[in-house]
Design a protein around this ligand. Structure first.
Ligand SMILES: NC(=O)c1ccc[n+]([C@@H]2O[C@H](COP(=O)([O-])OP(=O)(O)OC[C@H]3O[C@@H](n4cnc5c(N)ncnc54)[C@H](OP(=O)(O)O)[C@@H]3O)[C@@H](O)[C@H]2O)c1
Length: 333
């Protein structure tokens, strides 16, 4: 496995990283803590060197559990891995909605408190990649970037990035403190951020793709008989998992299956290989709780798709009918 550089940052990561959110958040009852730790360590053995968490991934009883798990799991491997975490949002749990709306807050004192707490939970001296989880409309990008510059100078973080970034925010923030990577939603069902590729190339910024299998849907393993916990599993509210959507997306799933068969691969692997082969500065961070899928997803970086094959897939994706796909939790105004 050849590591990839995120933009021109000097930060090298495995092409497939591990999204750790689902061990304790959004995908049903949390996984047993020791089993999650074991799974992350298995990922290291497989070759994953890039691990993604956030201060808000957790449960009602332990809202920051995910960082604790990631910290514990990776402690023996600290010098071999890149750990990314995120700051700048909390949940509006009073709303009673699933998923809870997000409350962005990127004030300097809030960030400073977050970084200290994340360092402690992750059991590290410095955070390799620190993302602003969502843009705070009340705090200018320059102000956030200035705080990031100070945190880098103080050695508390090494690199920073923005999640669900847009072009204006990227340009303004990057001018103050260079951004290493953005982390945006990207899959065959959500291609709207491709418009940022030229900006990232111009500025030398990497792309980390979250929810790259469209929350598992593109694996083709979920159907009308799939059931998701209404309170703990966000998939119960996602438009791509409704019965109507399963019908609507059949052509897409057939296309994936056809390519997968040709390449002796699985649909999930093709959905990952498609994006990896598109851009060399992109890393995808699928999440899974299953060892076989951990291996399967990682092996996607060995699958080659030519430029012609990618173009053919893109043309098909432009034309075929598709349902709506989950676009993220609402932001509280
Ligand atoms: N920045 C942000 O705002 C943001 C938002 C969402 C997510 N993220 C990050 O991105 C990571 C990944 O995103 P995600 O978990 O939302 O979406 P995803 O990786 O597209 O999908 C994860 C789901 O797909 C299933 N899955 C994974 N590999 C599979 C395979 N080979 N075959 C069949 N099913 C498979 C998993 O189920 P099993 O566990 O049963 O395998 C899980 O339910 C998260 O862990 C988190 O770190 C960031």
């Amino acid at each position: 496995m050849k590591k990839r550089e995120l933009g021109k940052s000097g930060l090298f990561v495995s092409p497939i990283g591990l999204g750790c959110m689902g061990f304790s958040h959004a995908y049903g009852k949390p996984m047993d803590r020791d089993e999650a730790i074991q799974m992350i360590r298995e990922a290291v053995k497989i070759g994953y060197t890039f691990f993604d968490t956030a201060e808000i991934y957790g449960t009602a009883s332990n809202p920051h559990e995910n960082e604790e798990i990631v910290g514990e799991a990776l402690k023996p491997y600290r010098d071999q891995v890149v750990i990314a975490t995120k700051f700048g949002i909390s949940f509006d749990t009073e709303s009673g909605k699933v998923p809870s709306p997000l409350i962005p807050d990127a004030r300097e004192d809030v960030i400073r408190k977050s970084v200290e707490e994340s360092l402690a939970r992750l059991q590290v001296d410095t955070i390799d990649l620190y993302y602003q989880h969502r843009i705070d409309p009340h705090v200018e990008p320059e102000k956030v970037a200035k705080v990031m510059k100070s945190l880098i100078a103080e050695g508390k973080i090494k690199h920073w990035g923005v999640s669900e970034a847009d072009e204006e925010y990227i340009r303004r923030a990057h001018a103050v403190c260079p951004i290493t990577a953005i982390q945006n939603r990207y899959s065959m069902m959500a291609r709207y951020h491709e418009r940022l590729f030229p900006v990232l190339e111009e500025l030398g910024i990497g792309f980390v793709a979250f929810s790259p299998i469209a929350n598992g849907f593109l694996s083709g393993k979920y159907g009308k008989d799939s059931h998701f916990d209404k309170e703990l599993d966000y998939r119960s509210t996602m438009p791509q998992f409704t019965n109507e959507a399963i019908d609507e997306n059949q052509t897409l799933l057939n296309l994936l299956k056809e390519i997968a068969d040709k390449k002796n691969a699985t649909c999930a692997q093709i959905s990952l290989a498609w994006m990896l082969c598109k851009k060399p500065y992109l890393s995808a961070i699928p999440g899974t709780r299953k060892l076989e899928r951990l291996k399967e997803n990682f092996a996607a970086c060995e699958i080659e798709l030519s430029e012609e094959e990618i173009q053919m897939i893109d043309q098909q994706l432009d034309q075929i009918p598709m349902s709506a796909v989950f676009g993220g939790s609402a932001i509280k105004k």
